[in-house]
Design a protein around this ligand. Structure first.
Ligand code: GLU
Length: 431
């Protein structure tokens, strides 16, 4: 049997982390089995479906690298198919019209299906006597359209969230009435926040777009999502996408809720940042800085790559770039008030900064060892404690009391910027 899975979002909201995880599991399962992954847009609710949400879903999936082999297929364009199925159930007498709607009359019975994660589930249909197939506005209900489509698209495995587990027996009844073969089902556990309640905006970001905006690397985010409710075994955590595909298997999916762990995501992202080459990282920096208006038109790639090497092990996400390291890219340095007060407004500091400016303006080159030797030379001549000189220079150049290693930072900033900032700090800040 060839494996065919689908992801079936309704474009009534942005792509939620939980839905993204569902999409990922379907995609990984299909890829693992050399199967087909289909994107189906469940947009029959015209009032709540919006094109901005569709766009968000598609962009978020693209960011994650989850590409559909078939689709997107839109339910709103398949109404005749649902209509045909309804006619069959009406003519067999299993469904009836009621006030413009079509209702399926459920016979009292117990229905069972085999869930790949939860085992056999048996439910009495007395729990859901009436099943609406078509609403009075002529659109199908979720349960009905889902069955017609999953059968028509020859879906082999329906992998979806636990929140649908109560719908599945209703769908099984409809498969039976339509004489259609059942797919296999796998209901994956919900994702909960740190408070063990369903992941919500209250406890953190829930939209994939938010994580993308913060600058999580797609591969890190995918790795993290895969671990939410699944494990490759052997306590492994760092699993690149190619390996996820090789290893993915529903038998290792967990039954119980998966807790979203921001620290683990940050850690994983750091691991992937470390493994990214300086050139690739420079490319990501460029894209990000441009979108934040922090780069002039011409940027020296080699210069960005130097910054990448310096920051690689320090960044948690790409957002740290514009939050903590803008001093590399703009002369409008943001000085932290408490750092200025603590390190610059001290007797002797202005004088030292002026001396350093003079010393550095005489340098032939501005390589890191040259800058370091010149600065340390002046510190020794003035008989200062290195820390009493280095902290003020750091604040003068970066606006902050914590920065990447100072001399390399100075060399990257370049002579002109360094001299201007030393001058500004000596004459305006250190008073
Ligand atoms: N449109 C449904 C949802 O977004 C699809 C559920 C399913 O996978 O059957 O929850």
């Amino acid at each position: 049997m060839s494996v065919r899975t689908r992801f079936a979002p309704s474009p009534t909201g942005t792509l939620h982390v939980g839905s993204a995880r569902t999409a990922l599991f379907n995609w990984l399962f299909a890829k693992h089995h050399q199967g087909t992954f289909i994107l189906r847009i469940e947009d029959t609710d015209q009032k709540r479906s919006q094109s901005v949400f569709l766009q968000d879903i598609q962009e978020s999936l693209a960011y994650l690298g989850i590409a559909a082999d078939e689709g997107p297929v839109f339910q709103s364009q398949r109404l005749p198919l649902y209509q045909q199925a309804v006619e069959r159930l009406l003519s067999s007498g299993e469904a009836v019209r009621e006030e413009g709607a079509v209702i399926f009359q459920v016979k009292p019975q117990s229905v069972s299906f085999n869930d790949l994660i939860h085992g056999t589930i048996t439910v009495e249909t007395s729990l859901f006597e009436r099943l609406v197939l078509m609403k009075s506005d002529g659109t199908p209900t979720y349960n009905f359209a889902c069955v017609v489509d999953d059968a028509d698209m020859r879906i082999s495995h329906v992998i979806r969230g636990d929140d649908h587990i109560a719908n599945t027996p209703k769908q099984v009844v409809l498969y039976q009435a339509l004489g259609l073969p059942l797919p296999l089902f796998a209901h994956i556990p919900l994702i909960v926040g740190a408070d063990r309640a369903r992941l919500s905006k209250r406890t953190g970001a829930t939209a994939v777009a938010d994580y993308r905006a913060v600058g999580y690397l797609p591969e890190a985010f995918v790795n993290y999502l895969a671990l939410l409710g699944w494990s490759p075994g052997g306590n492994r955590e760092l699993v690149p996408t190619e390996e996820l595909i090789q290893l993915f298997d529903l038998t290792r999916a967990r039954k119980t809720a998966a807790q979203f762990d921001q620290q683990k995501l940050d850690w994983l992202n750091g691991q992937y940042l470390k493994r990214t080459s300086a050139e690739q990282l420079a490319g990501l920096f460029e894209e990000r800085l441009r979108s934040h208006g922090l780069l002039s038109n011409h940027v020296d790639k080699a210069w960005l790559a130097r910054i990448a090497v310096l920051l690689k092990d320090r960044l948690k996400t790409l957002q740290d770039l514009e939050e903590e390291h803008t001093f590399f890219f703009t002369d409008a340095v943001q000085y932290q008030e408490e750092s200025v007060a603590q390190f610059l407004r001290k007797p002797g500091v202005a004088d030292f900064l002026r001396g350093l400016k003079e010393r550095l303006s005489a340098m032939q080159t501005f390589d890191t060892p040259v800058v370091e030797a010149a600065t340390r030379g002046l510190i020794a001549e003035r008989q200062l404690q290195p820390k009493d000189a280095i902290h003020p220079v750091r604040v003068a150049l970066t606006g902050r009391s914590v920065s990447p290693p100072l001399f390399e930072t100075m060399s990257i900033l370049g002579r002109e910027r360094v001299l201007n900032r030393l001058d500004h700090a000596a004459n305006h800040l250190a008073q």
